[in-house]
Design a protein around this ligand. Structure first.
Ligand code: ADP
Length: 250
């Protein structure tokens, strides 16, 4: 016969092993930082000071070391952010999203200029949450919207927020390559990418991190898209300050 206590026990065990896994991911990525820094900084030193003494083949090897080091740094940084969402909880504070997006856009200035992109926003409210996580959320969605642009089409990115009862409904819309419907769920999983790295550089952690951040804030994140025309990423955040208590307890 079906026993509810079994279900509760399974759930508790799952939560525990999930927490252990996240703690493991945190420690592993944290401890990888120092040796990785040593590899990239010594490789950089070789390149700056001794590249004149190296033959062409050795210089190519060095370039591979530097490029792989940079990619690994991105992986480690993003994994660290991913595990920090739940392992490093901070009490929720009012976060003025207009300010958050302005800061994000100034960090992305050179990326935006490089693709002759344009990012516009309207109506961004103040919500309760973690400012650094919400900054990461906007940064990932905006940089994806710029990165996955169609060849020869300057990326146009539009951010909007609309209040729907007790929720804010946000959209980040681009005019990029778009995503086929069959991948709408998969792209939010860790390490799931639809393109080879030679075509679009990336780690496959960005959207999984976004999903975790939105869920941690009690919201939902999903995508709508037409291949060849563009994509819209939607997410919700609470509009009522009393929900901040829920956030703290989560
Ligand atoms: P990545 O580091 O590869 O960008 P993400 O987790 O951010 O990883 O995204 C996962 C995949 O979803 C990407 O590899 C890309 O194929 C697809 N994707 C994400 N954002 C967009 C977008 N705005 N337009 C088209 N495809 C996108």
């Amino acid at each position: 016969a079906f026993d509810v206590t079994d279900l509760v026990q399974v759930q508790t065990e799952l939560q525990r092993s999930n927490a252990e896994l996240e703690q493991f991911a945190y420690i592993a990525s944290h401890d990888l930082q120092a040796p990785l820094r040593a590899v990239t900084s010594f490789a950089g030193l070789l390149e700056r000071r001794y590249s004149g003494q190296l033959d062409e083949r050795a210089r190519t090897y060095l370039e591979h070391i530097m490029a792989s080091g940079q990619h690994m740094k991105r992986l480690v940084d993003e994994l660290l952010s991913f595990s920090r969402v739940t392992t490093h909880r901070r009490p929720p504070k009012p976060v003025p999203l207009r300010q958050v997006v302005d800061d994000t856009l100034s960090r992305l200035t050179s990326d935006i200029a490089a693709v002759a992109g344009e990012v516009t926003y309207e109506n961004l409210p103040t919500v309760m949450g973690d400012a650094s996580q919400l900054g990461q959320l906007f940064q990932n969605l905006i940089s994806n919207a710029l990165k996955y642009h169609r060849a020869g089409v300057a990326p146009q990115v539009r951010l909007r927020a609309e209040q729907e009862g007790k929720l804010w409904h946000f959209t980040v819309t681009d005019n990029g390559i778009g995503i086929e419907k069959q991948y709408f769920e998969r792209i939010f999983q860790v390490f799931q990418r639809l393109h080879p790295r030679e075509q679009f550089e990336g780690t496959g952690i960005g959207l999984a991190l976004c999903l975790k951040i939105v869920q941690h804030h009690g919201g939902r994140l999903w995508v709508e898209s037409t291949p060849g025309e563009g994509s819209t990423f939607h997410f919700t955040l609470s509009a009522s300050p009393e929900d901040a208590v829920l956030l703290k307890a989560r």
